[in-house]
Design a protein around this ligand. Structure first.
Ligand code: PMT
Length: 208
């Protein structure tokens, strides 16, 4: 069985030294890739710029921008059975990227943005799993919406404002949200243990 995992942030450059990004460290995605490889799956990990070692037995492809992540994930997805998207992909990028460092006098104080492609929505594989990073509100309702909109087998929802959850931590508190309305809430646990539960669910759905 072949699994593709996206992980980490993307960077959307304005010029060679400035970019839009977010605090994803890749820990959640790397933990899933490591666990899947340990369980004998063929794993391709498409990673944004992070400072983590490649897990044993995993093929890693490094990317910077959302468009690169789109291209490499689509390439890796050929013949794959499943995709898990843990990456925090920037939804927007600057409309123009300068080849040289912008001078202060060249900056108008307004940044025009254009939409990036949605990697998870666009890539075709038999089974897709998304993550939903929420900041309060109805986390489950948002996850359910993403599940429907992106045709997902399930969504792993996390409230990134909660202590011990989300970006950069070694732990996470997540809920698995299924398209039929089922919600499975897990307690705060290490990202390694969350990864084990995610891979368990993927393997069981792939065998079904
Ligand atoms: O990397 P860590 O520091 O360990 O942090 C982990 C995490 C907080 C990044 C992770 O747990 C998480 O929540 N990842 C999803 C982040 C996110 O971008 O969520 P979203 O709700 O905006 O996106 C929904 C889903 O669509 C995600 O699976 C995302 O990978 C995917 N997506 C979003 C936008 C886009 N242009 N392309 C995508 O593939």
């Amino acid at each position: 069985m072949k699994l593709v995992v996206t992980a980490g942030p993307t960077r959307e450059h304005l010029d060679p030294v400035r970019f839009l990004s977010n605090p994803s460290t890749g820990k959640m995605g790397f933990a899933i890739a490591a666990e899947a490889a340990r369980r004998g799956l063929e794993v391709v990990l498409v990673a944004g710029p992070v400072a983590l070692r490649t897990p044993k037995g995993v093929e890693r492809v490094d990317v910077v921008s959302a468009r690169e992540m789109m291209r490499e994930t689509a390439r890796a997805a050929k013949g794959a059975d499943a995709l898990v998207a843990t990456a925090a992909v920037a939804d927007w990028r600057p409309a123009h990227c300068s080849r040289t460092k912008l001078k202060k006098r060249e900056m108008a104080g307004v940044l025009r943005l254009v939409r990036n492609p949605d990697v998870l929505k666009s890539v075709r594989v038999p089974l897709k799993v998304g993550f939903a990073a929420e900041t309060g509100g109805d986390v489950v309702a948002e996850a359910r919406r993403k599940c429907r909109e992106k045709s997902l087998a399930f969504v792993v929802a996390n409230d990134v404002t909660e202590k011990g959850a989300g970006f950069g931590t070694d732990t996470n508190r997540v809920a698995f949200v299924f398209p039929d309305g089922e919600v499975r809430r897990l307690p705060l646990m290490s990202k390694r243990r969350v990864a084990r539960r995610v891979v368990d669910e993927i393997i069981s759905q792939m065998k079904a």
